[in-house]
Write a protein that binds this ligand. Sequence first.
Ligand SMILES: [Mn+2]
Length: 426
Amino acid sequence: MKINKEHIQNTNKSILEDHNDNFDFLANKLTKNGHKVEEIISKLSEFQVAIPSWALGAGGTRFGRFSFYGEPSTLEQKLEDVGVLHALTQTAGAVSLHIPWDVPSDYAAIKQQADSLHIKFDSVNSNTFQDQKSASESYKYGSLSNTNKDVREQAIQHNLEVIKIGDKLGSKSLTVWLADGSCFPGQNNFQTAFQNTQNSLKDIYKGLPEDWKMLIEYKPYEPNFYSTVIQDWGASLMLANGCGEKAFTLVDLGHHLPNSNIEQIVSILQLKGKLGGFHFNDSKYGDDDLTVGSIKPYALFLIFNELVYGMQNNPQNPDLAWMIDASHNVKDPLEDLIQSLEAIQEAFAKALLIDQEELKAAQLDNDVVKCQEILQGAYRTDVRPLIERARLNSGGVISPINAYRSLDVRNQLIKERGRNTVATGL
Ligand SMILES: [Mn+2]
């Protein structure tokens, strides 16, 4: 299914007047308060988030998986789905591939398809948390940290292969997330595991093309439940520093223990020029992979406040790799991704409304009440008309969920692909 201009115009027609009224009201108010509305809108239009290739099918849990039918079963179909998301929202202009689930058979054709849908290839993800059928060594007891050199070498070679595949597609970064760790005290020597990981990462780092980055993701637990080798931002930062200036820390919102102050982590990493990427999702208890903004929208806004501050004040950081890293068991995956994109844009738009100068002055005066008023004033603004206008200006729809439903996208996909297709890797 391909969304065309006519689809977009037709779905916008009936709500355009309402949108214009809402936009004019908000834009007038914001302009009176000194905001540059056009600037905010162009920042929103520029902001693009990568869709991971594994989020396009129903995810599932350890206990079961319920299909949504019409799921993409090939890389081409996954790109089609990202194309639908991008055509509607104009915010999903990138895809993040997972190797070996998404190895292209025809690179030129895949690149051409992505170009025609205005989709770029963002960070490529390696996978050393599962054994592949053709592999001679097992990752059961770890990959880059494994005590066995042959296993480490296999994992290093896999990462180097992923870089080669990404390079052919125009990707500029490798994301490494390890499941390595231990389930029981005494199982691992912490120092050996960390040192092995550092050495393995250094070997991978040597294979990075000049203009590439390595993004090192951390996670406190799961699938190992006693320890993980890269358990927090500190471990990730040490490993990144150990590799060199092209290695950075990647923050995944769900990879923190409950109530961690993620906005502070983000802020300090930016100060040090070491924040490289960001994975969006939300959680109530652990790495729940729920729709970003569905549980803790205020925390998301506070994180964006720091990100906006960092983007303005910390040029030592690279352009961040933004990606949604969520999984859907009870929602249509594409609708879930639309909601995620909307929540991200909302938090970003609200953060752009914070008067950084005014906040700085209130902080210098130790006017704690005013600091809170400034943040919450921005947070309580209904910015949706700004996001709608940004989408409209870029050729997207005013209301992506309504458009998705009125165009009956899922049923079209089922007609094209059949009911019982399953996305690779799921
Ligand atoms: Mn992640």
